[in-house]
Design a protein around this ligand. Sequence first.
Ligand SMILES: Nc1ncnc2c1ncn2[C@@H]1O[C@H](COP(=O)(O)OP(=O)(O)O)[C@@H](O)[C@H]1O
Ligand SMILES: O=C(O)[C@@H](O)C(=O)COP(=O)(O)O
Length: 419
Amino acid sequence: MALLLGCIADDFTGATDLANTLVKNGMTAVQVIGVPSGPLPEADAIIIALKSRTVPVRQAVADSLAAAEALLGAGARQIFFKYCSTFDSTDEGNIGPVADALAARLGTGFAIACPAFPTAGRTIFQGHLFVGAALLNESGMENHPLTPMRDSNLVRVLARQTEASVGLVPFAVVDQGAFAIRQAMTRLTESGRRYGIVDAITDEHLVAIGEAVAAHALVTGGSGVAMGLPGNFRRAGLLPDRPDAATLPPAKGALAVLAGSCSRATLGQIGLARDHAPVLELDPLETPDAAVLTAQALTWAEGKLSEERPIIIAASAPPDRVAALQAKLGRDAAGALVEHVLANVAEALVQRGVGRLMVAGGETSGAVVTRLGVNALRIGAEIDPGVPWTYAEPNGIHLALKSGNFGTRDFFLKAFAHA
Ligand SMILES: Nc1ncnc2c1ncn2[C@@H]1O[C@H](COP(=O)(O)OP(=O)(O)O)[C@@H](O)[C@H]1O
Ligand SMILES: O=C(O)[C@@H](O)C(=O)COP(=O)(O)O
């Protein structure tokens, strides 16, 4: 099986989200953890999951270029740079600098930037990103612990992260389909734009955008716009029908949820789960000590592990408590403390028989998956848009990596009905 699409994702939940979209649209896809040191697995699409969303710019660029090299070396025909559907980044980056570096490596003068994901409520109109009915900067994302998003105008946000000039392919063009989009991109290129934010409100728009970028060396965006890419390979006769792309080995072992996301969605999911499953809420503000918090969690979990009902351990907190911990320790140290604790707990729980583990939060998932020594994730059935169960290799456990913002309120409970 020849590699068709080579993907670089800036966090681990995002990588799973993208892999899920590609599998649903008929590609086999494997998520590889970190820049691979050996040969890549066989698949139509490989998604290299990096933890590059919030690291220093220079490291994000170096890791992304190394990932691109591995994918190109394996024969990838197109490179997809996946970032968050809420465009999570800071004014320094890392979306702009990584896109710049990949564009230079691939020798391309233009790439789209389209994080839209209408199924999950992310739409773009006149360059402004909406989350449901709210502008990005009024959606709760303005309080994100690591990447607060305080401007919904993506042309402006991306322009702050790159020397290159950024334009817009507006709704009125996108709505006319692939040919019109292609013409608009040509006009942008001719007027010196190196990036085009592309409006999209429906899946039909995303499919048309996907078709319009068939010949692009580099595509950047959320998982939504990837839904149009398998069709390009199919039309080119490169992708056969793959009816069972999402089958995993049977799941076994005890159930657990670890939550490090402080998003509104995750806080709501924990709130609902309290009535149905044992929930431990860690308090890093009261006890900013990783060893003590880890011990608290493991003592609490004793005797509670079961194959029927998940235990839930959460560090998640509302914005005022997150801000208080950050004021005490600094933003990065606060995040790192909680990630370290949840990685410790994950490692110990797996040693104690947890075989089906849900992790809420992208950075949190990065810390947990790295600690567990996972090399690759095979993609299984979807629980909610953007979140599939996966099978971790070589560990043999089932993992679900939930973007903080994704999932219905009963997500933690219904997830295990699929496991
Ligand atoms: N109580 C808390 N105080 C401060 N930071 C926290 C707290 N709980 C979690 N965090 C940190 O917040 C960040 C959440 O980011 P992430 O896991 O990517 O979630 P999301 O998917 O919602 O973006 C992580 O770095 C996590 O360690
Ligand atoms: O595109 C998305 O929204 C997700 O795939 C994603 O990137 C998740 O990031 P976190 O919200 O930090 O988990």
